[in-house]
Write a protein of this length. Structure first.
Length: 126
């Protein structure tokens, strides 16, 4: 079997979309800045690479917004963009005729953390 890359896209701290990301990368813009999603005052590091130019509501069904964390929302949106870049409509293909590979340095922890806080704060629901 031969793997073929037919479409790609990116969501990163220094750009949303291939053109914006690549332009920032070539210009040496990292996208790092003071953390804004929470108060970092109590931590030794206050700088991070946040994706600021992304509004999940613009890209995902509302039911997924409460069921997923930010990294998963990024992955779902960028997968759709990469499929569009490839000119592929999964509905037009046989069930197992394609695959999608995603990558992330880390992620998916926000939803799990929220659920653990809820469990320890209120106890399990029965």
């Amino acid at each position: 079997m031969t793997a073929v890359v037919t479409g790609l896209d990116v969501i990163a701290a220094n750009g949303t979309g291939v053109a914006e990301y690549w332009e920032a990368t070539l210009a040496g813009r990292s996208g790092l800045g003071v953390i804004s999603r929470f108060d970092p005052a109590g931590y030794p590091v206050r700088v991070g690479g946040e994706v600021r130019a992304f509004e999940p509501r613009d890209h995902l069904p509302s039911r997924l917004l409460t069921q997923t964390d930010r990294m998963t929302q990024h992955a779902l949106a960028v997968t759709g963009w990469a499929l569009a870049d490839a000119g592929v409509d999964p509905a037009e293909l046989d069930e197992y005729a394609m695959g999608v590979v995603t990558a992330s340095g880390s992620g998916g922890f926000e939803f799990g953390q929220h659920e653990l806080q809820k469990l320890w704060g209120t106890g399990p629901e029965r």
